[in-house]
Design a protein around this ligand. Structure first.
Ligand SMILES: [Zn+2]
Length: 125
C-alpha cells in the first residue's frame, strides 16, 4: 500500500528554547496562552547559542509546516552559557539570531524572549 502523505499539517509557529528542565512548566503555560494554532518545538542546550542548528530546524519548519512566527527563548542561569550567560550576552545572541533569520526568512515574524527562572518572560526588542 502506498504511503499516504499529508500536505495539510501546517502550524502557526516554532518555539526554540534551551532544553533545561526548569523551563518546562513555564513554557507549557506560556505556549498554551499565546499560540493557538499549533507549534513546532526545538529544545537545545543554550537555545540560540547553537545558531546553525537552530537555523536548520527553522528552515525545515518553514518548508514542512509553513510557519509564520518563530519564538526564540533564551534563559537565565543557562548551563550552556555558564559564567558568560549574562542578560546582555543573551540579548546580544538573540538579536544576532533575529538578524540572520530575518535575512533568510523575510516573511517570518521573529519574537525574542529572555525567560527568567521565576517564570517571567522578558521581551527583547
Ligand atoms: Zn539553558
Amino acid at each position: 500500500m502506498p504511503e499516504t502523505v499529508s500536505h495539510k499539517h501546517e502550524c502557526q509557529a516554532i518555539v526554540v528554547s534551551c532544553m533545561d528542565h526548569r523551563l518546562r512548566s513555564f513554557l507549557r503555560k506560556w505556549t498554551i496562552a499565546n499560540i493557538s494554532e499549533g507549534f513546532d518545538r526545538v529544545a537545545i542546550a543554550g537555545g540560540v547559542k547553537n545558531l546553525p542548528f537552530v537555523v536548520e530546524q527553522i528552515d525545515l519548519s518553514v518548508k514542512l509546516h509553513n510557519i509564520k512566527e518563530a519564538y526564540l527563548i533564551n534563559h537565565g542561569d543557562c548551563g550552556a552559557y555558564g559564567a558568560e550567560g549574562t542578560f546582555e550576552k543573551n540579548k546580544e545572541d538573540l538579536l544576532f539570531a533575529k538578524k540572520i533569520l530575518q535575512h533568510k526568512f523575510p516573511r517570518l515574524k521573529i519574537i525574542l524572549f529572555y525567560l527568567k527562572l521565576n517564570g517571567e518572560f522578558v521581551k527583547i526588542l
